[in-house]
Design a protein around this ligand. Structure first.
Ligand code: AMP
Length: 451
């Protein structure tokens, strides 16, 4: 199947070609027709599946067909990083359409706030917003949502986890009743179902491999003591000249101390909530264009950050919530690329790791500590669990249970060589976090507030 089945407007198809999108991903195949038919939709898909384009493309096609020039679509996202990223994808696809979008998010300085207000006065067809900032704009009468036709909630589970539920319901009060509502969520806990019943009408439901980590990620773990972790991460990073690595630690204090250790040997930056937005944007931009190759961060980077070509994700600490594991690992092997995810599991975290294996329905390969390391703690899948409790694991195809990190790993094809969407090739040539696009005067249509 290719994108021609959707009969998109030719200018949108041109945008797709320019972005290097050839075939729809499964979530795009399923969601695009539903959105085109104006049905409400609840879709369960994690980052890395192509979910963003799954809602952007049909909406852009509808706006283009209708010729609407007023504010038509509101996209709500949990973090400013995700809002910026969605806005960038819209810019890429809408380049030949003359449709504009405005990202609206909090946390910036007064200048950003003023720019956002000004851009809204100028007008755009699409607003991508974080709920808190949008509420402030609505309260100040700075934005009129009365002509809205589409409301899209991206990463709804994350928004509810962050306590945005009341804000979202308040925002919905400003919207026309007769609208299409689309909700995307990486997970589908009961609270999302209850919430969706409040805001969606007779929705279609689509689910893409809930809880399964992206295909193409080689997952493994080390059973280690905390005192071995820093040496182990140093050892792994020394194996190969990695182009893009993310290391997740559980707290910002740990991120800072690991950063201190690693920066003696590697070019590495720390990413956490104490940074100013400008610093965050600079680090992300350097990471995207590959001038910065290693990033240490908290879960703040596990969602929403779309960097193509991440080779390796290291979980320095086992994530407490199994779904966070899926999100972290989702940073690699995006859109059919290959990648590697390695988790450090200390004795205390073994039960957490077993829950992760249960969620993803698979035994993860254990690696032996490299030569020169003291023996690590034993890892057991059996203890403290009755026979009846045992999950029905699918053994990972071709994976031996104990596999030494060896030459096959270092010989692995660099994913960025294997799959490079055109947009990302362009991206790597510039410091600008926005995807590059063909040079044309049409781009000047855009009212970008983050420039
Ligand atoms: P998402 O799940 O929306 O965060 O998308 C993950 C990555 O896959 C992004 O870099 C997209 O640009 C890319 N992507 C999404 N759909 C396609 C497609 N049909 N073909 C190629 N790349 C895609």
């Amino acid at each position: 199947m290719d994108f021609s089945v959707f009969n998109f407007e030719s200018s949108l198809q041109e945008g797709l070609d320019a972005m290097g999108f050839e075939k729809p991903t499964p979530i795009q195949e399923k969601a695009i027709p539903v959105i085109i038919q104006n049905r409400d939709l609840i879709a369960c898909a994690q980052t890395g599946t192509g979910k963003t384009a799954a809602f952007i493309l049909p909406v852009l096609n509808k706006i283009s067909k209708s010729g609407s020039s007023s504010l038509n679509t509101l996209i709500l996202a949990p973090t400013r990083e995700l809002a910026i990223q969605i806005d960038q994808q819209i810019q890429g696809f809408a380049y030949f359409l003359g449709i504009s979008s405005i990202p609206v998010y909090g946390g910036g300085d007064g200048i950003v706030w003023e720019q956002q207000k000004k851009a809204l006065e100028t007008g755009a067809e699409i607003v991508v917003a974080t709920p808190g900032r949008l509420i402030a704009l609505l309260a100040g009468g700075k934005i009129d949502l009365s002509s809205l036709e589409h409301l899209i909630l991206d990463e709804a589970d994350r928004m509810l986890d962050m306590g945005f539920s009341d804000d979202i319901l308040k925002i919905i009060n400003y919207l026309p009743k007769n609208r299409q509502t689309v909700l995307f969520s990486a997970t589908m806990p009961p609270k999302i179902r209850q919430f969706s019943m409040k805001i969606l009408q007779n929705p279609e439901e689509i689910s893409i491999a809930l809880g399964k980590t992206a295909e193409g990620v080689t997952q493994s773990f080390y059973s280690v003591y905390d005192g071995q972790k820093e040496d182990l991460v140093t050892n792994i990073l020394s194996q190969k000249d990695y182009e893009a690595v993310i290391i997740f630690a559980s707290t910002k204090e740990k991120v800072k101390s690991l950063h201190k250790v690693l920066r003696k040997k590697f070019e590495v930056e720390a990413f956490h909530s104490d940074l100013e937005q400008v610093e965050r944007e600079k680090i992300m931009s350097n990471f995207k264009n590959k001038t910065l190759k290693i990033l240490v961060g908290t879960d703040i980077i596990s969602r929403g950050i779309d960097v193509v070509g991440i080779e390796l994700v290291i979980n320095f600490d086992t994530p407490g919530d199994p779904e966070d594991y899926v999100h972290r690992v989702g940073r690699t092997a995006r859109a059919d690329m290959e990648g590697e995810a390695i988790t450090f599991v200390n004795p205390k975290d073994q039960p957490k790791f077993r829950r992760i294996e249960e969620l993803i329905g698979m035994e993860i390969n254990q690696l032996e500590l490299p030569e020169g390391f003291e023996k690590g703690p034993g890892y057991s899948r059996e203890d403290k669990r009755s026979r009846n409790d045992k999950p029905k694991f699918q053994k990972k195809k071709g994976g031996s249970k104990f596999k030494k990190r060896g030459s096959d790993f270092s010989k692995k094809t660099n994913p960025s060589e294997k799959f490079q969407p055109k947009a990302s090739q362009n991206e790597s040539k510039t410091n600008d976090p926005k995807p590059s696009r063909p040079a044309s005067g049409k781009f000047s249509n855009r009212k970008n507030v983050i420039d």
